[in-house]
Design a protein around this ligand. Structure first.
Ligand SMILES: [Zn+2]
Length: 152
């Protein structure tokens, strides 16, 4: 069973997604594990046994896909069935506007929706002020005519 990627918004490993992307377990080394936790845009993430991050969040040079041995003519290169990560690799790629690496951006999205809503309300209130203004202008002209008419 494929593991799902723990990065918010990433579809790797989900049933709805046929795309085959390698997943990597969290490092067992506590220091590295903390670095990973800090790197991924998730708040208070707790690493579970099956927690994994997919290859999409690592740069190409962080992922080892080939095993090489020997030099020159004796060099042997074998494609790894299961890619490995470089020892110090830390996930760094979190594409997409909804789940950018900065968690603050995540908090911005609901306010965006709110501001969109208030924009609608603004346009309504603009229309309303236009109506009031038009009414006022008409009234003002009428009043002027009336004033001039009685006092002119
Ligand atoms: Zn992923």
């Amino acid at each position: 069973m494929p593991r799902t990627c723990c990065v918010v918004g990433c579809q790797t490993g989900y049933k709805s997604n046929d795309e085959k992307v390698s997943t990597f377990s969290f490092p067992k080394n506590e220091e590295m594990q903390n670095k990973w936790i800090k790197a991924i845009p998730r708040k208070d993430f707790i690493v579970s046994k099956n927690a994994a991050i997919c290859a999409k969040h690592f740069t190409a040079d962080q992922i080892i896909t080939k095993w090489t041995s020997g030099v020159g003519e004796q060099k042997v290169v074998i494609n790894l069935k299961i890619p490995k990560l470089q020892k110090n690799a830390i996930p760094c790629l979190f594409p997409g506007p909804k789940y950018l690496s900065n968690p603050q951006k995540k908090r911005k999205s609901p306010t965006k929706r709110v501001s969109l809503g208030s924009n609608c309300r603004n346009s309504k209130s603009i229309k309303l002020t236009e109506v009031i203004l038009n009414y006022y202008i008409k009234y003002f002209y009428l009043y002027n005519i009336f004033y001039i008419g009685t006092h002119g």
